[in-house]
Design a protein around this ligand. Structure first.
Ligand code: M6R
Length: 619
């Protein structure tokens, strides 16, 4: 899951390439590199670590070449060192490319190419593609033709036919300093169409401010870009006419708007994000929700007898909240499955089962594969997704967009609460075609309408959270405990803390603690309890007593004015008490803030934590 950019035109390529990579850095930041092609031939610059290092290197001797490509890497094969950074060179330097994806048969190909005399300089799987294209060029150059691009396109096609795995590729040729070729299978690529200039990128964000005319390449498609035009080809079926879409991109230009980090900004954007998720979707007349994009007939809707929710990471946690919500509001059995497991599990799925891929980015490889696999078997497969036009949004039969706005921080925050909100509306929607009464529908709508205000109130706990973070930032282990709807909240709190502060944290249903995790409790291990008043309140209080008895520090996320909790906990963070089905959306706010402030105190890079990337586009 790396970021790719490319440029062909009349202006210097490097400013676009660098700015484009900056916008794609969420896809990986282990190393970065740029290749340009000018009168002096191919020039490659690569550095380890974040993009600033590459920008500093290029600043020393800026090039005015008008064609180039760039890459920001999240390491899969080979350590994050310069030798493994992209671009990679093929043959004796006649080909240079960047790659996103995984080449599964790289070991066999490497042996074969090494035996044919190709030198390998990296431990990556990507380098085999560069050499294969060089080999393809040798074969293609024997056939002369009228189209000057044809031998290059044929060489790439031949190389692709040898690959097993996924790729988004951008390729330059030493002998054609006006030609950039792109190819896609499983890793997204878009072409931006400008005036006398063409852009290439892993998603549309680098194109904001440069063009609003976009071609989303589909799997098996290739594109040739030159200053005088571009063509799109299907790998086997030849040239096709591209569909140019006009896309509003200006909102994709990221800005911190006065916040210190994107994560903090996105935490504070949650009331607005939730408002946007609900806009136009609550129907008072029928006390239900409205979704335009589900593409289900009323008959299909009523015959649904099982739902599978699938996703990864935070989206999987939101799916768990969805399980409680849909089962309670609609009485439809729900199963939640990690997408990485669902794709290989082959469960029996009935005719009336709906499968929902839950994803912020719409690009997560495992979720995409699970969605495609269930669709292939003929099941109705939908997406709940934030990024419009993303691969999963396109692959699904229909779906619901979150409209949460761009989420840049690697730690997902507003997408979690927006997903939970959409899943609550989905529960209402299905519920109203079944047992949920008009009055219960009205009450659900009323509660949903108050949600942005409650989340706003929850945000007021920040100074309190900062003090708690200060007290516990040195801990090396945390437990997060909650029950029912707040069990997934506990999982999410623990994930937030570990991913950005690198502190080990585990989330459990509070009652499970005594079946093992309680062995971890000591005076250095804080336990974060989610204990708003509700049907399991007394039980969770009893679990808090058990931790207290063993000397474990307790941080309680509780309702206002709760003397019982005050008496037991070392620290209390108050949140509004809301109907239980919406409690995770409110209770997760202090957990997001706790992770943020602990990470800050520990000097971690909050928006770009180590070893991670925003979008996991490899398996
Ligand atoms: O884009 P997706 O929602 O499909 O991403 C799924 C996970 O990779 C993502 O939620 C990840 O767990 C986040 N880093 C969590 O903060």
């Amino acid at each position: 899951m790396c970021g790719i950019v490319g440029y062909v035109g009349r202006e210097a390529a490097i400013p676009f390439l660098l700015e484009g990579l900056r916008r794609l850095e969420y896809r990986g930041y282990d190393s970065a590199g740029i290749a340009t092609c000018g009168p002096e031939g191919l020039t490659i610059d690569r550095t380890v670590g974040k993009l600033v290092n590459l920008a500093a290197k290029l600043g020393e001797s800026p090039s005015d070449a008008t064609i180039g490509l760039g890459h920001t890497r999240w390491a899969t094969h080979g350590a994050p060192v310069v030798a493994n950074a992209h671009p990679h060179v093929g043959g004796d330097g006649e080909v240079v490319l960047v790659h996103n994806g995984v080449i599964e048969n790289h070991v066999q190909l490497k042996q074969e190419l090494a035996a044919a005399g190709y030198d390998f300089r990296s431990a990556t799987d990507s380098e085999v593609v560069a050499h294969l294209i060089a080999e393809g060029l040798k074969r293609a150059s024997e056939a002369e033709g009228a189209d000057a691009n044809a031998p290059y396109l044929d060489a790439v096609r031949w190389a692709l036919s040898r690959l097993r795995g996924t790729y988004g590729l951008a390729i330059l040729f030493r002998d054609r300093p006006d030609l950039l070729i792109a190819a896609r299978f499983g890793s997204p690529l878009v072409v931006g169409v400008g005036k006398g200039e063409y852009f290439l990128a892993s998603d549309a964000s680098p194109l904001a401010g440069r063009t609003d005319r976009i071609v989303y390449l589909a799997d098996h498609q290739l594109a040739t870009l030159t200053p005088s035009g571009f063509t799109v080809h299907h790998r086997e079926q030849g040239r096709i006419s591209p569909q140019i879409e006009r896309v509003k991109l200006d909102e994709l230009i990221p800005s911190l708007e006065g916040f210190d980090h994107y994560m903090l900004k996105e935490i504070h954007e949650q009331p607005e994000a939730i408002r946007n998720a609900m806009r136009g979707r609550l129907d008072d007349q029928d006390a239900t929700a409205i979704f335009g994009g589900l593409n289900l007939t009323p008959q299909q809707l009523r015959s649904v007898d099982r739902i599978i929710l699938t996703g990864c990471g935070t989206s999987w946690h939101a799916a768990l909240v969805g399980e409680y919500l849909i089962e309670e509001l609609a009485r439809i059995p729900v199963e939640v499955e990690y997408a990485s497991e669902l794709r290989y599990r082959n469960p029996p799925i009935g005719h009336n089962t709906l499968v929902f891929g839950i994803t912020q980015s719409g690009e997560t490889a495992d979720t995409l594969a699970a969605v495609c696999e269930t669709k292939r078997k003929g099941h109705r497969t939908l997406a709940i997704c934030n990024v419009v036009g993303s691969s999963i949004a396109q692959a699904a039969d229909g779906g619901i967009y979150l409209h949460a706005g761009q989420e840049i921080g690697v730690a997902s925050t507003k997408a979690f609460t927006s997903h939970c909100c959409v899943l609550a509306m989905l529960g209402l929607y299905f519920g109203r075609t079944r047992d949920l009464s008009f009055e219960a529908g009205q009450q659900t709508i009323e509660a949903l309408r108050s949600l942005p205000m409650w989340v706003q109130q929850a945000l007021q706990c920040e100074s309190r959270v900062r003090a708690v973070a200060q007290r516990f930032a040195d801990a090396t282990n945390f437990l997060y405990l909650g029950r029912r709807y707040n069990f997934p909240t506990a999982l999410e709190g623990a994930l937030k803390l570990k991913e950005i502060s690198y502190i080990h944290a585990e989330g459990y249903p509070a009652a499970e603690m005594k079946h093992g995790p309680i062995a971890l409790v000591d005076r250095h291990t804080p336990s974060v309890f989610l204990v708003p008043r509700g049907i399991t309140y007394d039980k969770v209080m009893a679990n808090m007593e058990e931790v207290k008895a063993r000397g474990g520090p307790i941080i309680a996320i509780a309702g206002h004015d709760d003397p019982q909790v005050e008496a037991l906990a070392d620290e209390v963070i108050q949140v509004p008490e809301v109907p239980e089905f919406l409690q995770p959306i409110v209770s997760v706010v202090p957990l997001q803030l706790l992770a943020y402030h602990v990470a800050l105190i520990r000097g971690c890079d909050v928006d770009r934590p180590r070893n991670l990337a925003k979008s996991v586009t490899v398996e």
